[in-house]
Design a protein. Sequence first.
Length: 320
Amino acid sequence: MDKITIIVPCYNEEETIPHFIKEADRVYEKMRESYGVSMEYLFVDDGSKDKTLKVLEKYAQENPRVSYITFSRNFGKEAAMLAGLENSDGDFTVIIDADLQDPPELIEEMYTTLKNDDEYDCVASRRFTRTGEPKIRSAFAKCFYKIMGKISKTEIVDGARDFRMMTRQMVDAIVSLKECNRFSKGIFSWVGFNTKWLEFENRERVSGTTKWSFWGLLLYAIDGFVAFSTAPLAIASVIGIVFCLIAFIGVCFVFVRALCFGDKVAGWPSMVCIMCFIAGIQLFCNGIIGIYLSKTYTETKKRPQYIAKKIHRCGDRKNG
């Protein structure tokens, strides 16, 4: 009997959890009859401010498949996914959001693919439409994937979701990476293993509102650039060289003009603009270097990715 552990990161999801469990139970009953699998829903409460924990405690008493981990504070979705992976003991592990934007019914197809085709170690999902998403966010998302494809050796598929099923071997490989600055979409690709992609149309949340702001997504994208590419440092160096050449040519031009036509005071406004522009470029490049230094500083502190306040596993295998 194969066991499937379904990891569900949660942050203020008290309204969506009942809907998710209902859909997950429907998938479980169908798969239990067809394949004889067992299933565990491992919710990771990422320091929610609402009644998410109380809802999980209630369902853990009523549903033998519900387990949960609750954090001491909000550590972010990356930490929640890592906690789930570290505590997963299933033969196959699924990561899925609680808001049902990821279709749980795909879990059956993911399972049959991994069971029947030894070529694949992971079945992942991607959205081929962004219906209902703000146009500005969609445009920036497409730019992010294009840029990552150009500057990084790690392939990140456009529209890729965290929703995927992985074999035990792949999960162990991901957990073995102990870096603090985690960007899971890149890590899933970096560890290798063959992945099959399933496409689905974008779905609206079943309830509540998204926890991702535009600013939060922008910072997350920057983390992705820094985590899997040193190209920004090379770009900063190239920009510095180019402007040094421009400055040298400018000095030569000013010197020759002064010899031929005499020195003139006219043109100082344009000179001020040029100086401000170059200063901005310098600050931009220093900022890039600063981001890499800050990430290095974070890694050297070796702080844990999360602190678990309580862990409850179905069947009372691990409580505390």
